[in-house]
Each structure stands twice: as structure tokens, then as C-alpha cells.
Design a protein around this ligand. Structure first.
Ligand code: NDP
Length: 233
């Protein structure tokens, strides 16, 4: 397996689980996050890069570095994300902006940076990590939901734009998953509202991401991985 995959947000949580799964399958990986030390620890024998996805120059430079060291990128996973949960009336504008910049603009920038290579090589596969909140909305997460809903529109539009170049773009939309992002949530209270009765594990989302990355005839799809939460939201 010589394929190269860049995983933004690959140092922790869902992105890290994707990295572990793909490493086992022999992919060559670029693990990208802001904190280089944490990214290096997650990368093991693979390469780690520091990058803030919200900064265009950073993203451009990182892609150049990745291609210099690993060659052309075949697969891209956008798992970098942040949340700043609060009711809209209490949400600071800077928190709205940072969520939109990291969760939506960040993925747009990495996709744009990947396009040149993928168009040149007439092929590629991208999975953007959205959220069930982007489809259903969630009280206390209006800016976060906006960023994730925007990601669906963006991904489907890009899927149409580049299908003829044999580039596929899909979204995985998780529900509650055990990561740093959800560590302060009270699972005991929330689990009763999830049909499968529990939060998900990162590896369960990682399998869905890898499935879409490797599925040659699926594009523009949103795969929900939420223990049935969307059925009752
Ligand atoms: P974690 O907080 O565990 O990990 C987030 C990752 O993103 C880290 O690697 C972090 O590294 C990186 N990251 C954050 N901001 C930036 C940035 N500006 N530039 C580059 N990298 C960044 O989150 P999860 O694994 O839980 O989340 C992964 C994705 O899944 C996110 O998009 C999240 O919105 C989404 N999601 C998560 C759910 C959950 O229940 N956990 C549910 C639904 C969706 P560093 O801080 O070093 O930059």
C-alpha cells in the first residue's frame, strides 16, 4: 500500500483513531494538528506536521511540506474541529468566528490545497468530519451547527465540481463520541436519549471514515454515525 493520506486533526480523538486504523492497513500518513509534540506522539513512525487549518498560508505550506516528504496526497481527512458551546445570546462573536474558521473554512482550505495534486493525478478521496448537529441543529450549539451544516453544503458542491476528475468528497456525521471534545458532558444523562444507549467510540467513527475513503462509487454522501440519535432528534 503506497497511498498517502493527510489527516488534519489526526493527533487526538477521531482523527487519531483514523490514523491508527490506516497505519495498520499500510497507508503512508501525514498527521497534522497545531500542537506538533502531540501530533508527533500520535504519528509514531509516520510524519507529523504543525498547522492551523484556519490560516491559509499555514495550510498551503503544510501541503507543500507533506508532498515534499511523502509525494502526492491521495486521501484527505478533515477531522480538525473545535466547539464553543453556548446559547446564541451569550456567544461572543470571536467564538462564532473561530468555530466557523476552524470547522468550515479550515476544511475548505485543505480541500482547495489538495485539489491541485488530485486534479493533476486525476483521482483522490476526501472525507470531511461533520456532525449530526449540522443536519439536525442542537440548542446551545448554533455556531457549531452552522459550521457543520455549511460543511455538508460545501462537500456536496465540491463533489459535483470534481466528480469528472475522479475525485470523491464525502462527509461522516458523528453523534456523541468519547473524545476530549465531549469529556465534560454527562453521559449518564445523555445516553438515555441515544437509541443505542451509549456514546460512540472513536474507532467506530474511524471505520466509517475509512469505508468512505476507500469506496470507489460513493461521492457526495453524508454517513451518519450516531447510535441512532438522528431518529429521535
Ligand atoms: P478532539 O478535540 O479530540 O480533537 C480535535 C483535533 O483537531 C486535534 O487533533 C486538534 O489538535 C485538532 N485541531 C483543532 N483545531 C485545529 C486547528 N485550528 N488547526 C489544526 N488542527 C486543529 O476532537 P474530536 O476528535 O472529538 O473531533 C474531531 C472532529 O469530529 C471535529 O471536527 C468535531 O467537530 C467532530 N465531531 C466530534 C464529535 C464528538 O462527539 N467527539 C461529534 C460530532 C462531530 P490541536 O489542538 O493540537 O490543533
Amino acid at each position: 500500500m503506497n497511498k498517502v493520506c493527510a489527516i488534519f486533526g489526526g493527533s487526538r480523538g477521531i482523527g487519531r483513531a483514523v490514523a491508527q486504523l490506516m497505519a495498520q492497513k499500510g497507508y503512508r500518513l501525514a498527521i497534522v494538528a497545531r500542537n506538533l509534540e502531540v501530533a508527533k506522539a500520535a504519528a509514531g513512525n509516520h510524519l507529523a506536521f504543525s498547522c492551523d487549518v484556519a490560516k491559509e498560508h499555514d495550510v498551503q505550506n503544510t501541503f507543500e511540506e507533506i508532498e515534499k516528504h511523502l509525494g502526492q496526497v491521495n486521501f484527505l481527512v478533515n477531522a480538525a474541529g473545535i466547539n464553543r458551546d453556548s446559547l446564541l445570546i451569550r456567544t461572543k462573536t470571536e467564538d462564532m468566528v473561530s468555530q466557523l474558521h476552524t470547522n468550515l473554512l479550515g476544511s475548505m482550505l485543505t480541500c482547495k490545497a489538495a485539489m491541485r495534486t488530485m486534479i493533476q493525478q486525476q483521482g483522490g478521496s476526501i472525507v470531511n468530519v461533520g456532525s449530526i448537529t449540522g443536519l439536525k441543529g442542537n440548542s446551545g450549539q448554533s455556531a457549531y451547527s452552522a459550521s457543520k451544516g455549511g460543511l455538508v453544503g460545501f462537500s456536496r458542491a465540491l463533489a459535483k465540481e470534481v466528480a469528472k476528475k475522479k475525485i470523491r468528497v464525502n462527509v461522516v456525521a458523528p453523534g456523541f463520541v468519547h473524545t476530549d471534545m465531549t469529556k465534560d458532558l454527562k453521559e449518564e444523562h445523555l445516553k438515555n436519549s441515544i437509541p443505542l444507549g451509549r456514546f460512540g467510540e472513536t474507532i467506530e467513527v474511524a471505520h466509517a471514515i475509512l469505508f468512505l475513503l476507500e469506496s470507489p462509487y460513493i461521492t457526495g454522501h453524508v454517513l451518519v454515525v450516531d447510535g441512532g440519535l438522528q431518529l429521535v432528534m
